[in-house]
Design a protein around this ligand. Structure first.
Ligand SMILES: Nc1ncnc2c1ncn2[C@@H]1O[C@H](COP(=O)(O)OP(=O)(O)O)[C@@H](O)[C@H]1O
Ligand SMILES: [Mg+2]
Length: 234
């Protein structure tokens, strides 16, 4: 059967003498090959586990900028990305994405401001909106058959808007889009079907996101807030 994914697998070819950043990140030390889902693939794991480093390398590899933006609209204020993308091999399907976009939540504001200063409107009505509103406006303007890489999109969004995000993502997946998302959000991690990879100290493992700490810890805090707070304060 023909593979409809834009990217079906990513493979890391480690150079000899691979020392220092990013090769010292435990999850990446053990990385050989990762399969991506045709709809959405999640990267989860503790802070500093290497999710952004891999997502950024993927963005660079598909011709996007490490700081975010689309294939037409690229900019750079710094050059701090790792060399990982040079060692990433992508297995591609027969389709080519009609649009590509890399969003880093941390630099979304800077990216938007930069384009605003340049007189470029990335998406309709992006000005004069809050971070979350601007982000959802971007989401609503994304085109079908696109490849979208998002780093912690939830950081702009209220819980209710995270649900709206899921509705928009579902609509876009149904229209042939593929997403790779690094997230800590237990709400986003409820989306099915998906592939989910946990970045840890022993490498990267595929898990059911509903079994992740993100979901189970959040659930237990919300189920027993008083008990958890008492325990923390002790
Ligand atoms: N430019 C850099 N130089 C050296 N180390 C870096 C650089 N960028 C990130 N790191 C380190 O790489 C590790 C993984 O970072 P990152 O991919 O941002 O983690 P995550 O997104 O999972 O929170 C962290 O320990 C971080 O400090
Ligand atoms: Mg990160």
């Amino acid at each position: 059967m023909l593979d409809s994914r834009f990217i079906s697998k990513l493979r890391l070819e480690r150079p000899e003498n691979a020392l220092g950043h990013p090769w010292d990140i435990p999850a990446l030390q053990a990385l050989d090959e990762l399969e991506l889902h045709p709809g959405v693939t999640f990267f989860i794991g503790e802070n500093g586990s290497g999710k952004s480093t891999l997502l950024e390398a993927l963005a660079l590899n598909v011709g996007l900028n490490a700081e975010g933006g689309s294939q037409q609209h690229r900019f750079s204020t710094r050059d701090t990305h790792s060399a990982l993308h040079q060692h990433l091999q992508l297995a591609r399907g027969w389709r080519r994405p009609k649009e590509r976009f890399f969003l880093r939540a941390e630099s979304f504001y800077n990216t938007s401001s930069y384009f605003q200063d340049q007189g470029v409107t990335l998406f309709p009505e992006m000005h004069g909106r809050s971070h979350g509103e601007a982000f959802l406006a971007l989401m609503q303007s994304l085109k079908p058959e696109g490849l979208y890489l998002f780093d912690e999109p939830e950081s702009a969004l209220s819980p209710r808007r995270q649900l709206v995000f899921l509705v928009e993502m579902h609509r876009l997946i149904a229209r042939g889009c593929q997403f790779v998302i690094a997230t800590h959000s237990p709400i986003l991690l409820c989306y099915q079907p998906c592939l989910c990879y946990r970045f840890g100290s022993d490498g990267i493992e595929s898990i059911d996101p509903r079994d992740s700490d993100h979901v189970s810890l959040t659930r237990s805090v919300l189920m027993n807030p008083d008990q958890v707070m008492k325990h923390l304060k002790e």
